[in-house]
Design a protein around this ligand. Structure first.
Ligand code: SF4
Length: 160
């Protein structure tokens, strides 16, 4: 029987892959249910893109939704540009999703890779703006539905 899989940010499942070396476990009954069903495919684009853990925090330069374009987006730490690693990670996430025929993703909000409704604005001041991360943008180009952990019920509604 076909069981639809869900790509999920590895940090939401407790993997210590965030920039600060921590995880962000998301405790929700649906997560436990999907885990038990074997639906979840954990992935961290930034680690897959070759970045170390821990790593310096990064933000998308001028991340506002109006300014955003995947081909022009720049990802910067306070000291250097890391766009290539973010794009490599996004491509790896897309390759995995296509190979496993994954149409749905639950990704961590506000991340410069995984954010889907909000990201930090590139000023390292903690200011959030409507926008999305590099991986989310690429997945959406390929019509993969990306939800944040705050929208888990919406994702559940689409699940076959
Ligand atoms: Fe989590 Fe995504 Fe950041 Fe990796 S890139 S730590 S999966 S939010």
């Amino acid at each position: 029987m076909f069981m639809e899989k869900i790509l999920i940010s590895a940090c939401l499942l407790g993997a210590p892959v965030r920039y600060d070396g921590a995880s962000k476990p998301f405790d929700h009954p649906l997560i436990q249910k999907w885990k038990n069903q074997g639906r979840l495919v954990p992935f961290c684009p930034e680690v897959a893109g070759g970045l170390p853990t821990p790593r310096p925090p990064a933000e998308i330069f001028r991340a506002t939704a109006e300014d955003f374009s995947l081909s022009r987006a720049k990802v910067l730490t306070r000291k250097t540009e890391v766009t290539q690693a973010f794009v490599r990670g996004a491509r790896a996430a897309l390759d995995l999703a296509l190979a496993r025929e994954i149409q749905l993703a639950l990704l961590k909000e506000k991340s410069p890779s995984c954010g889907s409704s909000f990201v930090y604005d590139g000023s390292f001041s903690g200011r959030r703006v409507p926008g999305m991360g590099i991986t989310t943008a690429l997945l959406r180009e390929y019509k993969i539905h990306v939800f944040s952990e705050n929208q888990i019920e919406d994702l559940c509604f689409l699940l076959k």
